[in-house]
Design a protein around this ligand. Structure first.
Ligand code: UD1
Length: 423
């Protein structure tokens, strides 16, 4: 398995181009199951989760090509409505095929999903929604089995604004004739990108921006050509990496308002920013970083996906900070690894208390999840000496070419595989 060797102490400098959003791309790729017409998607990041999704589409009977950031998906005979566990276990978002398959076949069998180990992560909100649309849902031998005589539009109130459930239900409703209303839906920008695609495909989607989404489904949907929105989590991660190294980095091709709270927090702790229409310039500074208390929340709140990289920044603040993780349980797996690098962090239930230290020191650490993995990479960039990070495959799930992008900014990150490479 690949590892990273990081030589710390190099300030990041230059500009970095942001890739298409993983979390928008995955459901949009899956939306290709709603039609037999060609589906062309640009700015598709080359990520492990994207490659898994393309394999899933192939396993379901689509013909897929992926070149230079463009994925083309066309029909290739009969679609299937079951998925092998081998593919689903790699990524929770594989469960998002349930909505389109249910809409097309009135039945689907999907193994219960895997993905980052972030607590229980059930799919009950997805299933409740499918039931409101007329399906019966059963769990049999580790599979979710969905079936329906007919599907009908419905008014569905989500008990929590789940991103995945909102996308799954939107896709299903787009192929059910009539008006489905989702209340308390997620407001993440990735939802807007999915809505734009479904609209281009022929469904009518209206988002009031306050948590109410109306989908006027159609009997048939068309192919589409679409460019994926910028990845706000990758954007935020590079802003944080620049700030932690006290570097001078222009994060380009992003949508700054999608990172609104993060930008405010960065400025509040003393990181100077220049915010443009499609870039954020993180400027160097020599004043001490101020500590800050943050709490994660659904969009537009502080993104849970940026909590771990934020924590790395706060390990270097001048005072005591707090991170309250309110979305996922068990999302502090990076904290003990940061402690091994000299950070002072105490976690208790959903709260991490971080007392800033003067510096971090390189250590041998292990990534346990995607964003926690990037937090360790960031820590390695700031630390004195060498950091070795195991299980880089977590980072590869969601960051396109991280060592290439960081090294172009002056970092010294080397990927190696101890089973294959000599060092
Ligand atoms: C998506 C993102 C992930 C991000 C998360 C929250 C993708 C591919 N992934 O994940 O990067 O961290 O949103 O912003 O887009 N829940 C239930 N029942 C359900 C569904 C969710 O209890 O049926 C709970 C989860 O356990 C979690 C919370 O709701 O505690 C948020 O989950 P959700 O918004 O669904 O996250 P994902 O869509 O899985």
């Amino acid at each position: 398995m690949d590892r990273f060797l990081v030589e710390g102490g190099h300030k990041l400098k230059g500009s970095v181009q942001i890739s298409g959003s993983k979390n928008a791309c995955l459901p949009i790729l899956v939306a290709s199951l709603l039609t037999d017409e060609p589906f062309i998607l640009h700015r598709v990041p080359n990520l492990r989760d994207v490659r898994t999704t393309l394999k899933i589409l192939t396993a379901l009977g689509k013909k897929v090509t992926y070149e230079n950031g463009t994925a083309t998906i066309v029909a290739d005979g009969q679609l299937k409505n079951t998925l092998p566990y081998e593919l689903v276990k790699q990524m929770r978002a594989s469960f998002w095929v349930a909505g389109p398959l249910l809409a097309r076949f009135k039945s689907a069998t999907i193994p219960l999903p895997g993905g980052c180990a972030l607590g229980a992560r059930p799919v009950d909100i997805h299933l409740k929604g499918f039931e409101r649309l007329g399906a019966t849902c059963a769990t049999e031998q580790g599979n979710v089995v969905l079936s329906a005589q007919t599907l009908q539009p419905a008014k569905i109130t989500l008990r929590f604004p789940s991103v995945g459930a909102t996308q799954n239900l939107m896709m299903c409703a787009a192929l059910i004739v009539g008006e489905t209303v989702l209340e308390n839906m997620a407001k993440e920008p990735e939802i807007d990108d999915v809505a734009a695609v479904l609209t281009h495909m022929g469904a009518e989607v209206f988002n009031d921006g306050k948590g109410r989404l109306v989908i006027r489904g159609q009997k048939q949907l068309h192919g589409v050509e679409h460019t994926v929105v910028a990845d706000r989590i990758e954007s935020g991660s590079y802003m944080l990496a620049a700030a932690a190294t006290r570097g001078d980095v222009r994060v380009e091709g992003c949508v700054p308002e999608h990172n609104g709270i993060l930008l405010e927090c960065l400025q509040e702790v003393g990181v100077p920013l220049e915010i443009g229409k499609d870039y954020v310039h993180v400027k160097p500074y020599d004043t001490p970083l101020k500590p800050l208390r943050i709490k994660t929340a659904p969009y537009p709140g502080f993104a849970t996906d940026l909590q771990a990289p934020w924590m790395t920044l706060m390990t270097l603040a001048n005072g005591a900070s707090e991170v309250d993780e309110d979305i996922f349980e068990n999302r502090f797996m990076h904290a003990p690894e940061l402690v091994r690098m000299g950070a002072d962090i105490v976690t208790e239930k959903s709260v991490a208390r971080i007392t800033g230290v003067k510096s971090l020191s390189g250590a041998h650490v292990m990534a346990s999840d995607l964003r926690g993995g990037f937090a360790l990479l960031m820590a390695g960039l700031c630390a004195s000496g060498m950091t070795e990070i195991e299980r880089v495959y977590h980072i590869d799930r969601g960051y396109e070419n991280p060592e290439g992008k960081l090294n172009a900014l002056g970092a010294k990150v080397t990927r190696y595989n101890p089973d294959k490479d000599d060092f």
